[in-house]
Design a protein around this ligand. Structure first.
Ligand SMILES: [Zn+2]
Length: 333
């Protein structure tokens, strides 16, 4: 499949998966005589074969590639970079905030582990938090081999590469960008917007180990894209999107609804993020611990910035209360 408009062609590489993401998508973009790869899938033989097949079918070889551009650092978007650059050295373009993650910077990753260790303690997670921190430590060792070898050229808001305008959209990840072609009215959206599932604003520290208010940022980034005049949106997973305004409105609405439900739980007397996650997500609490904690913490930040909740620390753990009510003494149940 290719989508062509006067010297501008997009060749999607769609790698199906049985998981809820449905597919890993990345894109070849032919523009003004250059061939860019936007995102680079997962690091698997199957993904490589889909990529090579798309190249072959459209008469390209690896030597035709001009550059790789990534929307964010997640492993399912950068998987084939090392393999490609071991065959042909081409520039990799990424956001400044991607570098320490792509380069597996040791200082940053130990800071990141300390960050989650402290966060889960302060959110009252106990043993579940300690277990997750251990998993993170193991992952750092395991992922060392995924370090991106090639040099990275950084970009920032409003830069232009391959005829595309860079738009910073932090939220799903701190380094997330979408890439806009104004004339062709198309947007390469990474994981900012996915048709069949809502994208998660994952809790992350910044480079100094400070917590980013990821959901608050994500909401701002969604609103930013609501303004864009776009006819087709190329997402990192699932089907292509041609109703982005409708979808963004739906996502924003859903975030508000979820925040309201969490607020009601707080009003009922549940006060820690851990208890909220456990009550709200039930079975998913154990199987998807980092994700559900991320969601609850994000929505608590969101409620806090709207002055709907306030928090106080008690024995090293944050307790949240509905705003306006006097902060009560915490009672052990
Ligand atoms: Zn992602």
């Amino acid at each position: 499949m290719s989508i062509s408009k006067e010297g501008f062609s997009v060749y999607p590489v769609i790698v199906p998966t049985k998981y809820s993401l449905r597919s890993f998508n990345f894109y070849l973009l032919e523009e003004a005589g250059s061939l860019s790869l936007i995102d680079a899938g997962i690091n698997s033989e199957e993904c490589w074969e889909y990529f090579m097949q798309t190249m072959n079918e459209n008469g390209f070889t690896l030597h035709d590639l001009t550059r790789i551009i990534i929307t964010h650092n997640h492993e399912d978007h950068v998987g084939l970079i090392n393999r490609i650059s071991s065959i042909k050295e081409i520039p990799l373009y990424a956001h400044q905030e991607s570098i320490h993650r792509l380069k597996r910077d040791k200082g940053f990753f130990s800071l990141r582990i300390e960050f989650f260790d402290q966060l889960y303690r302060e959110m009252g997670c106990g043993a579940a938090g300690e277990q997750q921190v251990q998993k993170l430590k193991d992952a750092v060792r395991k992922n060392e081999k995924n370090r991106i070898q090639t040099d990275i050229i950084t970009f920032a808001e409003a830069d232009r590469i391959a005829g595309l305008q860079v738009i910073e959209t932090p939220g799903h990840s701190p380094d997330h960008v979408v890439l806009l072609h104004e004339q062709k009215k198309c947007l390469f959206a990474g994981d900012h917007l996915i048709s069949h599932i809502s994208s998660n604003a994952l809790v992350e520290p910044d480079r100094d180990g400070e917590r980013i208010l990821t959901l608050v940022e994500y909401v701002d980034s969604l609103k930013k894209c609501l303004q864009l005049d776009v006819e087709i949106l190329y997402p990192g997973h699932g089907e292509l999107i041609n109703n982005h305004k409708e979808l963004i409105t739906k996502r924003l609405h859903r975030i508000d609804e979820k925040a309201e439900r969490i607020l009601r739980l707080i009003q009922s007397g549940i006060s820690t993020a851990n208890q909220l996650a456990y009550t709200y997500y039930k079975g998913k609490y154990e199987s998807q611990f980092p994700l559900v904690m991320s969601e609850i913490i994000g929505h608590l930040d969101y409620l806090e910035t709207q002055h709907k909740v306030q928090k106080e620390v008690k024995d090293g753990v944050w307790h949240y209360y509905a705003y306006g009510k006097p902060i009560k003494k915490y009672e052990v149940r």
